[in-house]
Design a protein around this ligand. Sequence first.
Ligand code: NI
Ligand code: MN
Length: 228
Amino acid sequence: MSFELTWLGHAALALETSGYHLLVDPYLSHNPAAAVSADKVAADYILVTHGHGDHIGDSVAIAKRTGATVISNAEICGWLAKKGVKTHAQHLGGGYTYPFGHLKLTLALHGSGLPDGSYGGNPAGLLLTTGSGEKIYMAGDTGLFGDMALIGEEGITLAVLPIGDNYTMGPADALRAVELLRPQHVIPIHYNTFDLIAQDAAAWAEAVQAQTEASVHLLKPGETFAIE
Ligand code: NI
Ligand code: MN
């Protein structure tokens, strides 16, 4: 097994690879779509794309309970470290090889203020290369940007993209993102959590399948996509 990715609702993901449990943007206790509870979920590492409450979520509580290391930008890691959380800071364009694989932070067009108003640096996307060589691009919250074509040049196995609109790319721009990224597989997230980001994901999937080479996988919160 190379990796298993479970959508936990909103932008929260659980990723298992090389025997490690990774959580991405674990917003669970206030997430109406959460598929697991923050006091039960497993984590060896927690990846936080930006400081907004619907992404940093339960990171502090989960990190303290599990002893997981949080990986994020330097500003967010500094804020977490003051709360007693173990961190590894990276920044945009920088990569590091962890026991679970290689992780690079990528550009994201968004904000990153922390819930208490602290400065959260720049928002990021995540490009994870697994131990067996699959590349998973998790865009984080972002608008469309042309340099997604550069990320696509890396050869993306799976792209996880927001489609909710209002705060991030909506369906039309997310389709253009797929055209730039040229991934083999796509999973849409960051939609239907609240009315403001309600979308017809089935219609989006149909359009993407008609206009690109990518296979779209529509998950319900709690469902898993795996690459063997
Ligand atoms: Ni955000
Ligand atoms: Mn968000």
